[in-house]
Design a protein around this ligand. Structure first.
Ligand code: SUG
Length: 420
């Protein structure tokens, strides 16, 4: 049975606020603050519990080994002697934002009828550029079944940030979809992280029908306002597109193409007059998980959305007017939010048959309890960014990570599937 499976990144024990992501306003605003890795991971696990309660199938992706000794060695250094910036980049827990792990094209969209995944190269940000080998090893383990095809990264210099810049619309999960690759152009105040060439390469590799594939430019205004990924200003699921009025450079052209290719599409646009780009980005209104529950299209929002009056008013009016979004839930992911990662950033959506996925990557309530027990016992309670070089902290983080992998029976995955 083809369903939506959300794979959430488990927040790793090195979660910290080093302010590494230029253009990500939340991350730079919280630079230097004390992080709470244990609370962060528990918040993420509670979000997964909430998804299970909505009747959704839930999976996990694992935190990466931090510090990334392999990466530091390739730079001629190690955790003890690395310059502070490199050390912070090697310690980042940024793999938690699973929406940046890969781009996924479900089987109904591809020429060979397999579900294709391309690991993202994340080459624009140094702290994220070394994620892909370990992500790829996980994807090759979780999706080893022949129902899937797992691809390596698009080569540099074509920046690719994965599902955060990709949307799929379809009459239903199992029907052929329209895939939308949203790219950014350089020239603004912040880096352009998703290049059009990367999306084009992925579409070719995945065997997508060119007639049902759209390449859409994100508006320069949105990037400049802090929308460093498309999923900060737009989200889609099945036949619903939920987007800010200023998300796209040529919104009329994009909407016209969508309506032509998918006549049943429901475009829910939030006008700037109701919610400014600044409010949308600060509240992460669009970084919601848009999912289908028994009540219909449901939005899983961060708590911060409730605290932003223009956003909450808009949602109330939408529901009072019987708009397509039928239900709204909020989750507390404040530790991740402070680094610019909302509910949608934390998950990679794979539309597939769960029976084809390695069961070690799928979770139910009991497995979430077991993960939470490891987190409570082993995750550091707090990390000050100045302490990232502390050898005792490094030891604790490495031990915590090993405990989790062993609890999930996944200790060997990276050695087995290590990319060349
Ligand atoms: O790449 N933050 C991440 C947030 C990613 C959010 N993902 C999506 N929008 N899908 C980023 O900017 C902050 C890390 C630091 O500064 O230490 C960070 O990497």
């Amino acid at each position: 049975m083809t369903v939506e499976i959300n794979f959430d990144g488990i927040v790793g024990p090195s979660h910290n606020y080093a302010g590494l992501s230029q253009g990500n306003l939340a991350a730079t605003a919280h630079a230097g603050q004390v992080s709470r890795p244990r609370a962060a991971a528990l918040q993420g696990l509670d979000k997964m519990r909430a998804n299970l309660a909505l009747g959704l199938t839930q999976g996990v992706l694992l935190p990466h080994r931090r510090p990334d000794r392999r990466w530091l060695a390739s730079l001629g250094t190690d955790p003890a002697s690395a310059p502070p910036l490199l050390r912070a980049q090697a310690m980042s827990a940024s793999a938690m934002w699973a929406a940046n792990a890969a781009t996924v094209s479900p089987a109904p969209d591809t020429a060979d009828g397999r579900c294709h995944l391309s690991v993202a190269n994340l080459m624009t940000m140094p702290h994220r550029s070394h994620e892909w080998p370990e992500t790829l090893a996980q994807l090759r383990t979780a999706f080893a079944d022949p129902a899937f095809a797992v691809h390596g990264p698009v080569p540099a210099p074509f920046g690719d940030e994965g599902a955060a810049n990709h949307m799929r619309l379809a009459a239903s999960h199992g029907a052929p979809g329209v895939e939308v690759f949203v790219y950014t152009l350089p020239g603004g105040p912040f880096p352009a992280r998703q290049h059009r060439e990367a999306g084009e390469a992925i579409a070719r590799r995945h065997g997508l029908d060119p007639a049902r594939t759209l390449f859409v430019q994100q508006s320069a205004e949105a990037v400049a306002a802090g929308a460093f990924h498309n999923d900060v200003v737009a989200v889609a699921n099945e036949r619903v597109l939920f987007a800010h009025e200023h998300a796209f450079a040529d919104r009329d052209g994009f909407y016209a193409n969508l309506r032509r290719l998918l006549p049943e599409v429901e475009i829910v646009e939030v006008p700037a007059a109701g919610v400014s780009l600044a409010d949308a980005i600060a509240s992460y209104l669009f970084n919601a998980q848009l999912v289908t529950t028994g009540d219909g299209p449901t939005l899983v929002l961060p708590e911060e959305a409730r605290a932003t009056p223009t956003v909450w008013d808009w949602l109330e009016r939408h529901r009072a007017g019987n708009g397509p979004i039928r239900r709204v839930e909020t989750v507390d992911v404040t530790q991740s939010m402070a680094n610019g990662g909302g509910p949608a950033c934390l998950r990679l959506r794979v539309v597939a048959d769960p029976a084809r996925v390695d069961p070690r990557f799928l979770v139910d309530a009991a497995k979430l309890d077991a993960i939470a027990a490891v987190v409570r016992r082993w995750w550091p309670e707090a990390i000050h960014p100045d302490a990232l070089g502390d050898p005792a902290l490094v030891r604790d983080i490495e031990a915590a990570h090993a405990q989790l992998l062993s609890a999930l029976d996944l200790s060997g995955y990276f050695t087995v599937n290590q990319p060349r």
